[in-house]
Design a protein around this ligand. Structure first.
Ligand code: HEC
Ligand code: HEC
Ligand code: HEC
Ligand code: HEC
Ligand code: HEC
Ligand code: HEC
Ligand code: HEC
Ligand code: HEC
Ligand code: HEC
Ligand code: HEC
Length: 308
């Protein structure tokens, strides 16, 4: 009898300790992958954490006000979780005992080194595919897009006031398309670059949030997913065959005027080459879609020619 209750106590202790070791969901996991600082920069050899923000501020008071307006300033300064966050400035700048005595620039990090610093706490989640992302490969780093010493944007500590400006600073060709006649309402702030792209990386091409073009489009244009009784093969395969999601000067983000577009694949067939059918010069320039209204697929029993 005694032995049995002993087992029960041991088992329940094990169970409780298991529960405690499961990190609470949604919380950033501080301290998980703390860096080997000396490996990052040999200047950290022999240095220890000062763990005293005030001592840093004796010489760096100028940066403090703006820093305290940021998510990190508040989280680390006011309500730190774990010892790395409690190190505050040193969570990102490394152990600085030697620096505080003999300050210089020798511990300054490169863009790439800063990414390793940030990833101590921001691994996983949205950044699951960072290692293989085109941005990392192209030597773009966390601090190319985020300014952490100062709050410059409404959210996410972006280096510019908003995403369009941030991304445009490097992707000028895409930004230019965002001013064309037909475009997604990115300028208006209703759709963001990050509605379609994960700038931290994603599986598949183009860093698309849903892994491929069509799944990404369906996430907002659900009705285009179908299922359809009568499918139109190109719509099932790739929306980009006919649309440029960044913007065009044709209606409906079409890559060329509608009739020209259709004729690029449908060169033959009863009426295709007859003027009456393919005029682009109709008031709306609709051409083929005047009659073939269901270009994305039809659910009408007699919609086999996509006319209803
Ligand atoms: C005795 C004064 C002093 C103290 C104390 C001090 N620093 Fe510095 N710090 C400096 C000087 C001087 C520079 C070089 C500035 C320059 O040349 O532009 C510097 C540069 C820096 C830089 C930019 C270059 C780099 O190495 O990345 C950072 C970040 C920094 N200090 C962080 C800290 C932190 C964190 C603490 C507290 C642990 C701290 N400092 C304590 C004087 C000090
Ligand atoms: C979340 C990471 C992070 C924390 C926390 C942080 N810094 Fe920084 N700090 C950076 C980065 C990244 C830079 C590089 C410049 C930039 O991108 O804004 C920087 C730059 C600096 C510089 C150089 C500024 C310049 O204009 O050259 C100083 C000095 C500095 N930090 C001091 C501090 C002090 C003091 C604290 C604490 C009160 C602190 N930092 C907390 C990440 C951080
Ligand atoms: C010691 C852990 C730690 C480090 C190192 C760290 N962060 Fe954070 N970061 C956090 C925590 C915790 C939050 C969440 C704060 C909150 O929820 O208010 C956060 C929030 C953020 C946010 C969202 C801010 C917002 O206003 O929505 C961004 C962006 C960010 N971090 C980028 C960075 C970058 C870039 C670096 C490296 C220069 C970095 N972080 C380094 C712990 C860290
Ligand atoms: C090419 C630009 C770019 C790079 C590089 C980048 N970010 Fe971001 N990051 C963004 C944008 C844009 C957002 C806002 C996304 C949104 O609002 O949906 C964001 C959001 C965040 C957030 C807050 C939302 C979230 O996902 O939790 C964190 C934290 C963050 N980034 C950390 C990082 C870290 C760490 C790195 C480096 C490993 C990094 N970022 C690299 C552009 C970038
Ligand atoms: C500091 C410059 C810089 C910033 C800021 C930046 N990018 Fe990039 N981006 C690059 C580079 C360099 C590449 C590598 C491929 C290339 O040269 O186009 C790239 C690649 C990409 C790709 C993949 C291109 C492909 O060929 O598949 C996408 C998508 C992308 N960026 C989106 C964004 C978005 C969205 C933002 C804003 C949140 C952003 N970028 C901000 C520099 C930047
Ligand atoms: C409505 C969805 C959507 C929005 C919004 C969007 N993109 Fe794209 N973007 C795509 C798709 C789809 C591709 C093609 C990806 C592929 O080839 O697999 C692409 C490709 C790219 C590429 C690589 C090829 C190219 O055209 O240069 C870059 C860079 C890029 N986008 C940047 C951006 C930037 C910057 C923004 C915001 C200003 C943005 N995108 C907004 C859907 C979008
Ligand atoms: C984040 C949600 C979102 C995603 C993802 C998205 N769209 Fe859109 N799309 C919109 C919104 C919002 C509009 C504007 C609707 C309006 O003005 O009534 C729009 C409009 C359009 C239009 C009509 C434009 C016009 O001038 O009438 C086309 C075509 C289009 N999207 C194609 C696509 C394609 C192709 C993709 C995938 C690459 C895609 N969309 C992904 C939200 C999205
Ligand atoms: C074969 C060419 C073609 C393909 C492929 C295609 N579309 Fe379209 N799309 C069109 C044409 C043509 C229009 C204009 C219709 C009109 O004027 O009535 C259009 C219009 C749209 C519109 C705006 C009007 C509406 O019907 O809501 C959206 C949104 C749209 N397409 C999304 C998509 C999505 C998402 C995909 C991929 C699943 C896709 N398209 C694939 C040709 C195509
Ligand atoms: C990228 C090539 C491509 C483009 C562009 C394209 N289609 Fe198609 N279309 C196809 C294919 C492939 C089929 C299936 C053909 C089949 O089953 O014989 C098809 C089928 C059709 C059918 C049904 C034909 C039948 O015999 O059942 C109609 C109608 C049609 N398309 C109209 C259009 C219209 C209108 C446009 C312009 C908005 C267009 N297509 C653009 C490739 C394309
Ligand atoms: C005035 C209305 C109208 C216009 C405009 C029109 N079509 Fe049609 N199309 C039809 C009808 C109705 C059918 C079905 C004919 C049938 O069942 O015999 C059809 C059939 C088709 C077919 C199936 C093959 C065939 O010949 O039966 C294709 C492909 C097609 N159209 C493509 C196009 C293209 C491409 C354009 C633009 C250049 C276009 N259509 C313009 C009404 C139109």
């Amino acid at each position: 009898m005694k032995r049995k209750s002993g087992y029960i106590i041991v088992l329940s202790l094990l169970f409780i300790s298991m529960l405690l070791s499961i990190p609470s969901r949604g919380q950033e996991k501080s301290d998980k992958g703390e860096l080997d600082w000396a490996k990052l920069n040999a200047g950290f050899k022999g240095a220890t954490f000062v763990r005293n923000t005030k001592s840093c501020l004796e010489c760096h008071d100028d940066v403090h006000g703006k820093y305290m307006e940021t998510a990190h300033g508040r989280a680390f300064g006011l309500n730190p979780k774990g010892s790395l966050e409690a190190a505050n400035c040193e969570a990102c700048h490394g152990p600085r005992s030697k620096h505080a005595e003999e300050p210089d620039q020798s511990l300054k990090f490169s863009v790439e080194q800063y990414s390793a610093v940030c990833m101590q706490c921001h691994q996983g989640g949205e950044r699951m595919h960072w290692k293989t992302s085109l941005h990392k490969t192209a030597e773009v780093g966390c601090v190319s897009c985020h300014t952490v010493m100062e709050k410059k944007s409404q959210s996410a500590l972006l280096a510019k006031t908003n995403q369009l400006e941030l991304c445009s600073s490097c992707h000028k060709d895409v930004a230019a398309k965002m001013s064309r006649n037909s475009r997604h309402p990115v300028k208006e702030g209703k759709v963001d670059c990050s509605s379609c792209h994960n700038p931290h990386g994603a599986p598949g091409s183009g860093m698309l949030v849903k892994g491929n073009v069509n799944e990404t489009c369906y996430s907002c244009h659900q009705e285009k997913r179908g299922p359809f009784l009568w499918e139109h093969a190109p719509a099932r395969e790739n929306c980009m065959t006919c649309h440029d999601p960044h913007g065009t000067n044709n209606k409906s983000l079409l890559v060329t005027q509608s009739a020209t577009l259709c004729i690029s694949c449908h060169q033959y067939g009863g009426h295709v080459n007859e003027y009456r059918y393919n005029r682009v010069s109709t008031p709306n320039g609709n051409g083929c879609v005047n009659c073939h209204i269901s270009v994305h697929g039809s659910n009408h029993p007699s919609g086999t020619k996509l006319t209803r």
